[in-house]
Design a protein around this ligand. Structure first.
Ligand code: F0G
Length: 366
C-alpha cells in the first residue's frame, strides 16, 4: 500500500524519524502525451507529471508532509506561511492533520477561488494582505523571528526534502532521467528541489545522467529571466505572480549547472497551452501549470532544444479545479436548453451534424 513520500523514500530524506504527518501524497501519474507533443512540434516522447492529483490538488503536499512532520518533531505549536494559494491550502490541510493551527497570508483578490475555499475549509486563519506575495512573505519572515511559530514556505529546508521526491518518482517511473524537465517557476523552491532530487539519485547510482532544466516564468513576473526583481508582478497565472523569488539564486545556479535555460511566456501562450492540455490530453490544470507546456513550445520554436532530444517531462503542478473562474471567464458558456424534446432536438441536431457526419437519427441509434 502506498503510504506517502516519507514512507517511500525515507533513506533519501533528512528529517526526524517520527511517524509522518501524511495524507499519502505522491505516487502521481506520469502520462505520455502524444497528441500534445505533435501539436507543439515535438517528435520525441513527452510525459506529463500530473502533480494536481496530490491530496490537496498541488505538488505542495510533498513538501508539506516533511515540513509538518519536522515541525511536530521539533515541538512547533503553530505554522505560518505566505502564499499565492496552493501552499496555503496544503499547509492548512497538513496542520489540521497534525492538530495544530495554521496562519496563512494571501494576496487579497489575487488568489484562485478553489485555493481560498480549501484553506478556509481546512480551518486555517486566512489573512488577506493588501499587497502581493513578496510583501506577504516579508511580513511572515519578520513574524517568525519574534513568535514561536514554524515557517512552512519553501525557505524551510524540509519543504525541499519532500519536494525532491517528485524527481525520484519520475526517474523510477521512466527508468531513467528525462533529457529535459520543464517546470513553472514562482518562488523557485520547486525547481531547486527537483535539481536536488536528480543529483541525489545520480549520486546514489540510480540514474546515469542528469536532465537539463527548462524553468518557465510568466512574462509579467519573470525576475529570473530578466535578471532583476520585479516590483509589480502581473500574470493570469496567479500561482506564479512573484517578483522576488526567495530561492532565486539557487534556481539560477541549478539551471546553469544543468545546462538548461529560463524562459518567459506571455499570458496568451499560457492560456493556449492550458486549452491544449485539456482538449488534446484530457488534463485540466491551473494556468501556472500550463506555463511548462507554453515554455516548452516556445523553446522548441526557438531551437533551444536540439532535435535529438528523446524524452521530455513537463511538470503539471496544480489541478484545474483550483481556478474554476479562469475557465468560466475564458471559455464559451453552456448552451441553454428547455427540458422538452422538440426544443432539445433543435439544439442537438446541429451539434451532432457538426461532430459526427450522419444522415438520420436511425443511424445514430445504431
Ligand atoms: N505551480 C503552481 C500551481 C504553484 O502554486 C506554484 C507556487 C508554482 C508552480 C511555482 O513553484 O514557487 O516553488 O517556484 N506556488 C506558491 C504558493 C508560491 O504559495 O502556493 P515555486
Amino acid at each position: 500500500m502506498w503510504r506517502g513520500i516519507i514512507h517511500a523514500y525515507r533513506p533519501f530524506l533528512r528529517i526526524a524519524s517520527i511517524d509522518p504527518i501524511t495524507l499519502h501524497e505522491g505516487n502521481t501519474p506520469l502520462l505520455q502525451a502524444p497528441r500534445l507533443a505533435r501539436a507543439i512540434g515535438f517528435s520525441g516522447s513527452l510525459y506529463l507529471k500530473y502533480e494536481g492529483l496530490n491530496p490537496t490538488g498541488s505538488f505542495k503536499d510533498r513538501g508539506m508532509t516533511t515540513a509538518l512532520t519536522q515541525a511536530i518533531a521539533e515541538g512547533a505549536r503553530a505554522v505560518i506561511c505566505a502564499s499565492t494559494g496552493n501552499t496555503a491550502a496544503s499547509a492548512a490541510a497538513y496542520a489540521a492533520r497534525a492538530a495544530i493551527p495554521a496562519i496563512v497570508l494571501v494576496p487579497a483578490g489575487k488568489i484562485a477561488l478553489g485555493k481560498l475555499a480549501a484553506a478556509l475549509a481546512y480551518g486555517a486563519k486566512v489573512l488577506a494582505v493588501e499587497g502581493n506575495f513578496d510583501e506577504a512573505l516579508a511580513l511572515v519572515r519578520r513574524a517568525v523571528e519574534i513568535y514561536p511559530i514554524a515557517l512552512v514556505n519553501s525557505l524551510n529546508p524540509y519543504r525541499l526534502e519532500g519536494q525532491q521526491t517528485a524527481a525520484f518518482e519520475i526517474c523510477d517511473q521512466l527508468g531513467r532521467a528525462p533529457d529535459w524537465l520543464c517546470i513553472p517557476v514562482g518562488n523557485a523552491g520547486n525547481i531547486t528541489a527537483y535539481w536536488k532530487g536528480f543529483r541525489a539519485y545520480k549520486q546514489a547510482g540510480r540514474i546515469p545522467s542528469l536532465p537539463r532544466l527548462l524553468g518557465v516564468q510568466a512574462e509579467g513576473a519573470a525576475p529570473l529571466v530578466l535578471g532583476h526583481p520585479v516590483d509589480r508582478p502581473e500574470t493570469v497565472a496567479t500561482a506564479i505572480r512573484i517578483g522576488r523569488p526567495a530561492r532565486g539564486a539557487e534556481a539560477l545556479q541549478a539551471v546553469q549547472e544543468s545546462g538548461g535555460r529560463f524562459i518567459a511566456v506571455s499570458d496568451e501562450e499560457i492560456m493556449e497551452a492550458w486549452r491544449m492540455l485539456a482538449a488534446l490530453e484530457g488534463l485540466f490544470v491551473e494556468p501556472a501549470s500550463a506555463a511548462s507546456i507554453a515554455g516548452l513550445r516556445r523553446a522548441l520554436a526557438q531551437g533551444v532544444l536540439s532535435p535529438q532530444v528523446e524524452v521530455i517531462v513537463a511538470v503539471l503542478t496544480g489541478h484545474g479545479l483550483k481556478d474554476p473562474e479562469i475557465a468560466l471567464r475564458t471559455l464559451s458558456s453552456p448552451i441553454p436548453v428547455q427540458a422538452q424534446w422538440d426544443a432539445f432536438r433543435r439544439v442537438l441536431e446541429p451539434i451532432i451534424e457538426k461532430s459526427v457526419p450522419i444522415t438520420s437519427p436511425q443511424e445514430v441509434r445504431g
